[in-house]
Design a binder for this molecule. Structure first.
Ligand code: NI
Length: 256
């Protein structure tokens, strides 16, 4: 059974065939999906998806690149959603220094606030971190992220960084990048850290694995990621599937 720990099925890329696609998941062994919010409006569309499909769960929060839209007032709505019966995490939250805006100060402020929300609500966090390894790690340390735990999604740092996050009890999200020609650093991470800390994710519609790189991604492509991990680790794909399934349940504190 496959657990997609990070997807964006509310994205407009799925407007044409969302129902049809989601209803085909089960027959392809995709048994659980966490849909992750990225801005205020996707918090509502994510909620709707989780209410419509039994196998879809929700993460509520605002992506660092969208933190300029947050105010004390609308942040209250995220507090409220974090209490939703299908909410399994706060996310995606973090730091993204790839773009100039929003300012690093603003991103840090909302990362810290959303981390505190997760600790308060006893939910794990889904962390997005790009070109900001040290600041992410420092903020997680000072904010006591080990109290809520979570996943560093679409992991793009070195194995040395991965070890530090794992030491804090965090999972490492692995998706299509592990199949890319330039995915060598992530393959090193997959080879190095304990398999018990790896979870599968698509980040769909983005990050489709080879040979579909650049096309619309979906959870149906996850077997390609499983195969690549199995190859790196010298294991059977079935074993990787089973272990990462268990890991995802542990990450999100779910019963079988
Ligand atoms: Ni994402």
């Amino acid at each position: 059974m496959i657990f997609d720990t990070h997807a964006h099925y509310d994205d407009e890329a799925f407007d044409g065939d969302r129902d049809h696609l989601l209803l085909s998941m089960e027959e392809h062994r995709i048994k659980r999906i966490v849909n992750v919010s990225s801005d205020l409006s996707s918090n509502e569309t994510t909620r709707q998806l989780a209410e419509k499909y039994p196998f879809i769960y929700a993460a509520f929060g605002v992506h660092p690149s969208n933190t300029a839209e947050l105010t004390g007032e609308n942040f209250a709505r995220i507090h409220e959603l974090a209490g939703h019966p299908k909410c399994v995490a706060v996310g995606e939250i973090g730091l993204d220094y790839y773009y100039e805006e929003p300012s690093r100060e603003l991103q840090k402020e909302w990362f810290a606030a959303q981390l505190q929300l997760a600790i308060q609500k006893e939910k794990p966090v889904i962390i997005h971190s790009r070109d900001a390894a040290q600041d992410t790690y420092d903020l997680m340390k000072s904010g006591h992220a080990e109290r809520c735990g979570g996943v560093v999604h679409c992991f793009s740092y070195s194995k040395e960084m991965a070890r530090l996050f794992v030491k804090m009890g965090f999972f490492i999200g692995v998706g299509g990048v592990v199949t890319f020609k330039n995915g060598r650093v992530l393959r090193e991470v997959v080879e190095d850290i304990p398999l018990e800390y790896i979870v599968l994710e698509t980040d769909c519609p983005y990050m489709a694995p080879v040979p579909f790189r650049g096309k619309r991604n979906s959870s149906l492509n996850l077997p390609l990621v499983v195969e690549q991990i199995a190859q790196i680790r010298g294991m059977e794909a079935e074993e990787v599937e089973e272990i990462t399934w268990q890991n995802a349940l542990r990450l999100y504190g779910m019963q079988k």
